[in-house]
Design a protein around this ligand. Structure first.
Ligand SMILES: [Zn+2]
Length: 178
């Protein structure tokens, strides 16, 4: 278990040239965009970033993260722990033009400052690793499923039309646009 905090920033060119490895831990509260997707701020994130140059002279970083964080169960809406593991290799670039020139096999990590923010790099990886929906194991779910699945009374009032039916008629791709 790692305990040292991850350094905030790093000079990628120097780090890659000497093959540096940055390791350390972060807390969700240090990553506001990621934290916004979680049910609670507790949890721990371990990150290991290995910098190198590839045979084309590109600056690459292999980012491995292991984390345990709390998300919301989409069935019972109670918090639940989820473990995330991500392992990806990114090419560090400083301009959009450099990003466009990368082969399709390499994801760009665009660095806007001279130094690379390791937190933002890790945060982007965590956001990608987070599943869009999480559910407890059925037996662990805290919801009273009987309430949700109960048959409506036969002599009850006529069912009102559900405004969400309109959403259901949209094509799947249309419902998640912002
Ligand atoms: Zn649940």
């Amino acid at each position: 278990m790692l305990t040292d905090p991850l350094p905030d920033t790093l000079d990628v060119r120097k780090a890659a040239t000497r093959g540096a490895i940055a390791r350390g831990t972060l807390k969700p509260l240090q990553l506001p965009r990621f934290r916004d997707l979680l049910a609670a701020g507790e949890g721990i994130i371990e990150a290991e970033l290995t910098f190198s140059r590839d045979e084309e002279g590109r600056y690459v970083v292999r980012a491995i993260t292991n984390s345990t964080v709390t998300v919301t169960c989409q069935r019972c809406l109670q918090p639940m722990p989820v473990q995330l593991h991500a392992d990806s290799t990114l090419a560090v670039v400083w301009t959009d033009e450099q990003a466009r020139q990368l082969p399709a096999s390499l994801e760009p990590a665009i660095v806007t400052e001279e130094e690379c923010s390791l937190r933002e790099l890790v945060e982007d990886e965590l956001i990608l690793a987070l599943p869009p929906f999480s559910y407890h194991e059925q037996a662990d779910c805290n919801t009273v499923l009987a309430d949700l699945t109960a048959e409506p009374e036969a002599d009850g009032p006529p069912k009102k039309s559900n405004p969400f039916d309109v959403l259901a008629q949209l094509k799947p791709g249309d419902t998640h646009q912002e």
